[in-house]
Design a protein around this ligand. Structure first.
Ligand SMILES: [Zn+2]
Length: 116
């Protein structure tokens, strides 16, 4: 079962990939990546407006690049609230890694996403 819905983290259109075991559900967001979410974590994301959404999105992307589909539960969503913004050097490294992941023919124009 997949449905279009809004990403519980960043709010853009995302794909709800259906229930997983327990009360977790699967999501794919073009900005954040692929993740699973418990009902408690979903409730926290809906109510806590102070959470650093771009940093949580970056954390999910980092997990996906490492081959992991992270599962967000009540405990780690609250812990993700204390993420700090990476240094400029680290953000540039990540940006270049993301740019390098696009497989384009040599000489093709490469359109990169906006750096967050
Ligand atoms: Zn998202």
């Amino acid at each position: 079962m997949t449905d279009a819905a809004k990403c519980p983290n960043c709010g853009i259109q995302a794909t709800f990939k259906g229930p997983r075991d327990g009360d977790r559900s699967g999501w794919f967001c073009g900005r954040c990546g692929e993740f699973e979410l418990t009902g408690t974590a979903g409730s926290i994301l809906r109510t806590r407006q102070d959470l650093p959404r771009p940093l949580i999105s970056g954390w999910i992307q980092d997990q996906n690049r490492a081959g992991v589909t992270p599962s967000l539960g009540g405990n780690n969503v609250n812990a993700l609230g204390s993420l700090t913004r990476p240094s400029l050097r680290e953000r540039l490294d990540r940006y270049l890694l993301a740019a390098g992941s696009f497989r384009q023919p040599w000489g093709a124009t490469l359109t990169l996403p906006t750096m967050r």
